[in-house]
Every structure is written in structure tokens, then in C-alpha cells.
Ligand binder design. Structure first.
Ligand code: M6R
Length: 361
């Protein structure tokens, strides 16, 4: 049931405030400034013993994992990283008993992720799932985990599930952080930020008309560059994947810091750049990257907390806590991908060559 929307992608983008609300419901513990994650199956003693976190997923879920790894590293101070499950399982990885593995998947059926989980279990590792579909294969194979509660996602292109995955990683990071060394004050700060998310998502979605106009200005591009730095980089990667999948426009994502090491050669008026520019301690560095692009006559669309002078257009998003900003900054770019694809007459819910869940190798 499309409920008045013309596509599932549009419906699912529009449902994100409710979806995030569902992910938070019943989990926040104000008394101890933490969250309860019922099915995690990891007691405080085990949580304190974790020396590394390794997150495995594919596509959009891998990008959610990249943001999740940064959140866990920042809030729980555990070295963390994400890797495509499809690569991990073929490189004979060292499986370490002090590493907590997290498999992330919307469908819970992606073969490469499932096979990575089975290989890890065979070697005696502890694997948690961060999954949307209840009772799916990955949910069953893992030792415990978090359901992301995004609700059914029909469009092949993932939107609301990505957002809920990132929110779920924030919950995991907060939970691990509060068991370890995250202060009560910081725990409270993150909880307050989480509670603001649904209202802020609605605020972003109200800007749809403006984003639709912008997409008309960029739909003629043959190729687009997406840049971000640290927290903004996985946001740029996910936005670039979204645009590719649904509009078939070629897109590249780079850390803003890597521009001068090669991709700057691509910048010219026909290659617009989408830049993620949060108001954090890297703002000046990001602005310097915008200047470099402008000096090569590149068009710039910034997603930022305040107007960016060097950008041709700025989409302003509301500010949250810096650790949670990535959750919000990708949302206008889901709409950008959607409206670009619509303007180009693409088959939005079923892009060519793609399947909703990839259950083969
Ligand atoms: O069901 P999963 O989250 O495991 O799926 C992983 C990827 O196949 C999926 O995210 C894919 O990249 C989507 N088409 C993204 O829009």
C-alpha cells in the first residue's frame, strides 16, 4: 500500500521520523543515562572485555556500519572499523576472541553477510546482528543483537532502514560507552540528541520542494563528486551510492582530505560536487576544500548547518550533537537522489540490474 505516495522510495523516506521513534521506544533509561538493548546478550563484564569492534555488511548497510564504527570509537573508546562482508570472508581474516563482530543487514538474508557470520561462528567468535527483518537468517545465526525496527522496506533502494541502522549503532555506542568510560553528562547529552531526531527529520522533509528544485539543476550532470570528512565521509559514500542506484548518474565519493591527492583533476563545471559540511571542529578544513573546488569552477551543493559562502546552493539541516549529525545529513540527499531519478524518468522502486536482497554469491 503506497498510502498516497507515488513510489515506495518516497513513502519510506517520508516514514523516517516514525521509524526512528520506533527504534528509540522503550529503550532509553534516563535514570542511568543509558539505553537497554534487550536482545544484545552481552553482559557488562563481557562488554568491558571487548578490545575491538569489527562491523560487517554490504552496500548501504556497510555504510551504516562505517558511521556506526565511528560512533562506537567516539563514545565507547573502542577501536572499531567496518568492512564489506563480501571482502572479509575471502581474505582469511585473523579472528580474534577479544573482538566483537557485528553483522548489519536490512533483509538478514544477504548471502555474503550470512557466510561471514557462519565463518566467524565456526572460529568461535562472538557475533551480534543489527538487522531489520525479524527472524531472518542472520538474526537467527547471531548470538544476539539489535532489531532496527524500521518496518517493512519495499523499495530496492534502502533509505529508512539506513537511518534506523545508524540510530541503532548510536544506541549500541551509548550502551557500550556507559558500561565503560562515557560520563553521565555525555550519556545524557546523547540521549537528548536522540530524542530530538524525529522532529528534526520532519523539519528536513519539509524542505522537499526546495530539494526538488535543486535536483532539476543537477539532473543534467553526467557525473557527480561527493565529499565529506571523518563523520561526513560515510554520509558522502551513502549519498553517492543512492544517486547511482536510482538515477544511474555516475558518482564518486572521496574524503575531502583526499581531493588534492588525485580527484581534483576531475573538477570542472560539468562535474558538480555535493559536500557534507557539518558545523564541527573540521568546518574550516571543509571550507578550504570548497575553495579549491570553486577555484576550478566546480559547482557546489553543500549540506550544512549554516549557509556556505563558496557553495552555489546550501541545504541547511538542523544541528544535533556532533556524533549524531551523520544521521540527519544524509536525509536531504535521499530526496535529491529521488527527485533526480524522477526527473530522469527512472524505475525508482526497481532500478535496473538490482535485487532487494542478494541471496547469491
Ligand atoms: O539486506 P542488506 O542490508 O544486507 O542488503 C545489503 C545491500 O545489498 C543493500 O544495502 C544494497 O546496497 C541496497 N540496494 C542499497 O540501497
Amino acid at each position: 500500500d503506497l498510502g498516497g505516495h507515488d513510489t515506495y522510495m518516497h513513502k519510506e523516506i517520508s516514514e523516517q521520523a516514525d521509524a526512528v521513534d520506533r527504534a528509540l521506544r522503550g529503550r532509553i533509561d534516563d535514570r542511568f543515562s543509558t539505553v537497554h538493548l534487550g536482545g544484545l546478550n552481552l553482559d557488562a563484564r563481557e562488554a568491558r572485555g571487548v578490545r575491538r569492534v569489527k562491523i560487517l555488511g554490504c552496500g548501504t548497510s556497510y555504510h551504516a556500519g562505517q558511521i556506526g564504527a565511528q560512533m562506537i570509537e567516539e563514545l565507547a573508546r573502542i577501536p572499531s572499523d567496518a568492512e564489506p562482508a563480501s571482502e572479509f570472508r575471502y581474505r582469511d581474516p585473523v579472528v580474534d576472541p577479544d573482538t566483537l563482530y557485528v553483522a548489519v543487514s536490512q533483509s538478514g538474508e544477504t548471502y555474503d553477510v550470512l557466510a561471514a557470520v557462519q565463518e566467524l561462528k565456526r572460529k568461535g567468535a562472538r557475533v551480534l546482528g543489527l538487522v531489520n527483518v525479524v527472524g531472518s537468517a542472520i538474526a537467527r545465526e547471531t548470538d544476539g543483537g539489535i532489531y532496527v525496527h524500521a518496518g517493512p522496506e519495499v523499495c530496492v533502494v534502502s533509505t529508512k532502514c539506513f537511518t534506523n541502522m545508524v540510530v541503532s549503532f548510536a544506541l549500541l555506542a551509548l550502551h557500550l560507552g556507559r558500561i565503560r568510560d562515557l560520563s553521565v553528562a555525555d550519556g545524557k547529552r546523547i540521549i537528548d540528541g536522540l530524542r530530538k531526531l524525529p522532529g528534526q527529520i520532519d523539519e528536513i522533509l519539509k524542505g522537499e520542494e526546495e530539494i526538488k528544485k535543486l535536483s532539476a539543476a543537477y539532473a543534467d550532470a553526467k557525473s557527480m563528486m561527493f565529499i565529506g570528512r571523518v563523520r561526513g565521509y560515510p554520509v558522502a559514500r551513502e549519498a553517492s551510492l543512492k544517486l547511482k542506484e536510482v538515477s544511474y548518474i555516475h558518482a564518486e565519493a572521496y574524503p575531502a582530505s583526499e581531493l588534492k591527492h588525485g580527484p581534483l583533476a576531475l573538477i570542472e563545471p560539468a562535474m558538480p560536487t555535493v559536500a557534507i559540511v557539518p558545523d564541527d571542529d573540521l568546518l574550516e578544513k571543509n571550507r578550504a576544500a570548497l575553495e579549491e573546488i570553486k577555484a576550478r569552477s566546480g559547482r557546489i551543493l553543500a549540506v550544512a548547518h549554516q549557509e556556505q559562502e563558496k557553495a552555489d546552493h546550501t541545504i541547511i539541516v538542523p544541528k544535533n550533537e556532533p556524533e549524531l549529525d551523520p544521521i540527519l545529513m544524509g536525509i536531504p540527499l535521499q530526496l535529491l537522489a529521488y527527485h533526480t531519478a524522477l526527473a530522469l524518468g527512472r524505475d525508482i522502486d526497481k532500478p535496473r540490474n538490482l535485487a532487494k536482497s542478494v541471496t547469491v554469491e
